[in-house]
Ligand binder design. Structure first.
Ligand SMILES: Cc1cc2nc3c(=O)[nH]c(=O)nc-3n(C[C@H](O)[C@H](O)[C@H](O)COP(=O)(O)O)c2cc1C
Length: 155
């Protein structure tokens, strides 16, 4: 039975956040989870309707210039007022790809989402520096954890 909705929104310019996203999606769509519908959107295509649809969500962004990507900011700019007060308490998590840091992307996303009163339910997965394939397992686990939590109603 499908009764919970999980939205995954990400941006990737050169492909490495995309690889993380694919692992998150694999986890979220794990065969053991049949009570969660997963919707995946690129940040430039996602809308407030997608976020209002979601019982929980996962955001993925590279760090650009010490901040989230412009595309992720564009998404959050577009959803903030339409969703303000309507998604309070919903669980979310994020994954970040960075050349060498990542803290600015994480803090900038958190700052905006604090204003939406949503609840971060897991520490971000941050892959900084050389791309370590082995860490894709953490991305997969992130997707699985949020989906399983939604299915079980633990958030
Ligand atoms: C315009 C630009 C700005 C960047 N700024 C940062 C930065 O401030 N901190 C950092 O750690 N990496 C920075 N990077 C590196 C990116 O985070 C890194 O290349 C990442 O892999 C990009 O993700 P993508 O492959 O999904 O596009 C920057 C890259 C670009 C293209």
């Amino acid at each position: 039975m499908t009764d919970k909705h999980l939205l995954i929104v990400y941006h990737s310019q050169s492909g490495s956040t995309e690889r993380m996203a694919q692992a998150v999606i694999r986890g979220a769509c794990h065969a053991d989870i049949d009570g969660v519908e997963v919707r995946v959107k690129r940040a430039l295509d996602a809308s407030a309707d997608d976020l209002l649809w979601a019982d929980g969500f996962i955001l993925g962004t590279p760090e650009n210039f010490g901040y989230m990507s412009g595309a992720m900011k564009y998404f959050l700019d577009g959803v903030f007022y339409p969703c303000e007060g309507k998604i309070n308490g919903r669980p979310w998590a994020m994954f970040v790809r960075a050349g060498n840091d990542g803290s600015g992307a994480i803090s900038s996303v958190r700052r905006i989402l604090t204003g939406l009163a949503v609840r971060e339910v897991q520490e971000p997965v941050l892959i900084a520096g050389a791309f370590d394939e082995a860490r894709l397992a953490e991305c997969e686990e992130l997707g699985l954890t949020v989906a399983a939590g939604l299915e079980a109603g633990v958030f």
